[in-house]
Design a protein around this ligand. Structure first.
Ligand code: OGA
Ligand code: MN
Length: 225
């Protein structure tokens, strides 16, 4: 699916430009109520209709040393494939954004992977990074929230820790707290920003995704996931 095959709205272009400028300036972008509303509704409808058997306890680490660890994260995930109208529309949107970012930021983004996440009451994901320096696979993280009428008492905030501060600043890292409200989009450079999900007080739905570099070398094929 290429950008050329799809007509994207003017407002997508404006949004892509804002995201791109934020990333250049700060390394992250937080855009409340930004994913097109029809797409957000389609994704919410799809996630609530997914059979529970499609959700698996999320693990940590990549394939070989993948393990479930209750003290780090307790959410359940379902990987997104191009098998439904909602998923197709989502992957089409991320594809268009990837093309835009490659033209304007030269990040060399090559592929995209994403999953639905369900945090039930009291579920959390402790402070972590999505990628580590030198591994160079996940470049840019994206999260979108699918929760209507989320209130301050519902918890489940995403906390992003700004880059390690210098000793002269007293070593205090500033925190950015994001309410997981319907249509809010979050992007950050995967290697730069540790982040965590605080315990949710009710069901919390999101999509987490990663734009990646092509890490396949010679006979060693490194596919997404
Ligand atoms: C993740 C993650 C954040 C969120 O899945 O790696 O950090 O707010 N998710 O759901
Ligand atoms: Mn993460």
């Amino acid at each position: 699916m290429s950008l050329d095959q799809t007509i994207h709205s003017e407002s997508d272009q404006t949004l892509f430009e804002s995201i791109s400028n934020d990333i250049i300036e700060k390394g992250y972008s937080i855009r409340p109520n930004a994913l097109p509303s029809d797409l957000t509704h389609l994704l919410l409808q799809h996630i609530i209709e997914l059979p529970t058997k499609d959700f698996k306890r999320a693990g940590i680490g990549r394939t070989k040393d993948h393990q479930v660890n209750d003290s780090i994260r307790t959410d359940e995930i379902s990987w997104i494939t191009n098998d439904s109208k909602a998923n197709y529309a989502w992957l089409n949107w991320t594809d268009a954004l990837q093309a835009y970012l490659n033209r304007h930021l030269y990040l060399g983004l090559f592929s995209f992977e994403s999953h639905f996440s369900h945090y039930a009451k009291d579920d959390f994901y402790k402070k972590h990074k999505d990628a580590f320096k030198g591994e160079g696979n996940r470049v840019l993280s994206v999260v979108v929230y699918l929760n209507e009428h989320w209130s301050a008492t519902d918890g489940g905030e995403l906390v992003i820790y700004e880059k390690e501060s210098s000793p002269s600043s007293g070593g205090d890292n500033s925190k950015i707290t994001v309410t997981p409200s319907f249509g809010t989009l979050v992007f950050f450079l995967s290697e730069e920003f540790p982040h965590e999900v605080l315990p949710a007080k009710r069901d919390r739905y999101s999509i987490a995704g990663w734009f990646r570099l092509n890490n396949s070398i010679a006979n060693n094929i490194d596919p997404p996931r």
